[in-house]
Design a binder for this molecule. Structure first.
Ligand SMILES: [Zn+2]
Length: 347
């Protein structure tokens, strides 16, 4: 098998700020952590019961999934993987599904399953990466966008992904049992994406919050509304769990959930002011990232993602729905992301 870049570090080549790999978090419970929590550097989970196990999310390509499943080989030797949960439709949480045992049943929310059937394919991302590689040579803004997208997608083997869709879907809440253990699946979207779900393990007090929790890295709100994301974080806090595994970033607890909640409350108020003053999402973002109040969030990885969040909140205030997920819309958005990144770098 080919070596996986980043098994002992990040996928982007940046220095790792926390330790990755399979980490025990409670009896029979592991987190798979991928430093540094940036684009596509997604976490996953393992729940081992009596004679059967469950995996939570399967990463962005099959090579990464195979490396993770190999690391899970020892704890699942006497408890084969019988169930997998996909927390939402973003590829970095389910495009490794094909590497799961053929007999494992895969579950997600109905809204996530619908989005999976409509989202761009791995071939689309390969094409986008090639286009970004060409654009990267152009001077000025198109070149900056090309370089940003090229480096974002560079570490992943999209050409070798075969999509395997979930077998079952639910709405609201569902309890899955594996090897005598209960996994409470709670749909909390639309927030990060239309169908976000979180997984609570009541027997050990652990929550896999997936992408309603980013830690040390700026969250991305593709969908919104922001009020739902804040409510989702309150749902996570309401479980009373001490160990919370984010979708991106290091092992966490309630303090990190509250910190992200504070970010959304602050950002929503800031965007409302700029919206009332008639500023566009990009104008608002450029002022927000230069403001003194942004200081705590400038240290998070990818602070330039603020423009995506500002755009989603701004559209909500204008009575518009979430951004379309079409290639032209995404390219225009990443042009703005790259612009904000350069503004932040220049200080
Ligand atoms: Zn993710």
């Amino acid at each position: 098998m080919d070596t996986v870049p980043g098994m002992d570090g990040t996928l982007s080549g940046r220095p790792a700020s926390f330790e990755g790999g399979l980490r025990p978090v409670a009896p029979g419970t592991w987190a798979w952590l991928q430093p540094d929590g940036g684009w596509g550097e997604a976490n996953a989970g393992l729940v081992v019961g009596d004679g059967a196990s469950a995996v939570i999310d399967t990463l962005w390509d099959e090579r990464l999934a195979a490396a993770m499943l190999a690391a899970m080989g020892a704890p699942t030797a006497a408890a084969p993987i019988a169930l997998a949960v996909n927390t939402h439709h973003d590829g970095d949480h389910w495009w490794g599904n094909a590497r799961l045992p053929a007999g494992a049943r895969i579950v997600t929310s109905q809204r996530s399953l619908d989005a999976m059937r409509h989202e761009g394919t791995p071939a689309d991302l390969s094409r986008l990466r090639r286009l970004a590689g060409l654009t990267a040579r152009i001077p000025g803004r198109p070149g900056a966008m090309g370089r940003y997208v090229r480096s974002m997608l560079a570490p992943f083997a999209f050409d070798d992904v075969t999509l395997r869709f979930p077998d079952d879907a639910f709405s609201g809440r569902a309890t899955e049992r594996v090897g005598g253990r209960a996994l409470e699946l709670v749909e909390v979207g639309p927030a990060h994406t239309p169908g976000d779900l979180v997984v609570h393990l009541p027997d050990v007090g652990v929550v896999f919050a997936a992408d309603v929790l980013f830690v040390g890295v700026t969250p991305v709100m593709w969908e919104g509304p922001v009020e739902n994301w804040i409510a989702a974080l309150d749902t996570v806090l309401g479980f009373g769990a001490e160990t919370i595994v984010p979708g991106h970033g290091p092992l966490s607890g309630p303090a990190e959930v509250r910190a992200l909640r504070d970010y959304w409350v602050w950002l929503a108020a800031a965007v409302a002011e700029h919206h009332a003053a008639g500023r566009s999402p990009l104008q608002a973002t450029l002022q927000i990232v230069r403001s003194a109040d942004f200081a705590p969030y400038r240290a998070w990885l990818h602070p330039e993602r603020a423009v995506i969040n500002v755009t989603t909140i701004h559209r909500g205030l204008s009575g518009l729905g979430p951004l379309a997920q079409t290639p032209p819309v995404r390219i225009r958005l990443f042009d703005q992301v790259a612009t904000v990144a350069r503004t932040i770098e220049r200080g």
